[in-house]
Design a protein around this ligand. Sequence first.
Ligand code: TXA
Ligand code: MG
Length: 312
Amino acid sequence: MTERLTSDPEGIARAAAFLSAGRCVGFPTETVYGLGADATSDRAVAAIFEAKDRPRFNPLIVHLPDPGAVAALCDMPEAAERLAAAFWPGALTLVLPLRSGAGISPLVTAGLETLAVRVPDHAVARELLRAVGRPVAAPSANPSGRLSPTTAAHVLAGLDGRIAAVLDGGPCGVGVESTIVGFDPGPVLLRPGGLPREALEACLGGTLGEVMPGRRPVAPGQLVSHYAPRGALRMEATVAREGEVLVGFGAVAGAVSLSAAGDLVEAAAALFPVLHRLDAAGVERIAVAPIPETGLGLAINDRLRRAAAPRG
Ligand code: TXA
Ligand code: MG
């Protein structure tokens, strides 16, 4: 049985006690719900991979309550310092050189010499992380390859009985995962996400590099089929074909809309909840209206492309 905890001081204390004891707990962040475990414990981290049925070569993001806690674990290139100062806490993950003796389980990094770190902008998450007092590794709290969860109910729909508890902090405000930036040695975009690329480039005063395919180990959902609903998904649709449910955006109305106003922030927050609802209703063919490739549209289109990709 998975306990459903309310995000009051007792619930947070109980969630922290589970994490300290090496158990896995779902918890809210501003992007999506994470499935946390003690990042210093091999056994605890192994339990995350087990619960999600996640391939072991796919490394995890470590969550910290405050930017100051990062220095103990990683070196910070100058550009990373600048991004951290501007955007943490927030929907930004930095992939940084791991310090030797940081005490992070090698299962977290899948043996890489870098560590992905993030300071979430969510009061419940930060209280929980402070209470645990150790770095917490957390992928999104969904079975591997499936839709990411943006409510405690989504977490339970995928992982009930496989994890100790879920801490209910209500729906996630941003709705898509963090933007991931690595350093090569200059900053490169590894995954578009909840922090728009334009904001990062304005902060850095230049364009972000791109990942060269094949040059680095499998990173962010670079497993092609990912974030997938049960039904088949078609993009760039303006009308529903036979048997399809059309998800609209802006002028394309659809049976349900990500944002009738054509607002990408609203659409990002609606993306996973709408797909979860269609999944739960047993919809077999989903069509989605064109989404502009700017701002949060980059992250939305990235998730849709992976949801539309042939299943492996
Ligand atoms: O918003 C988010 O980022 C959410 C919340 C819970 O924080 N977490 C999340 O985790 O999306 P996950 O595991 O679903 O995606 C993390 C991605 C993985 O696809 C992994 O490949 C990449 O981060 N990653 C982790 N460590 C890495 C590293 N050292 N180098 C390159 N990529 C890394
Ligand atoms: Mg994920």
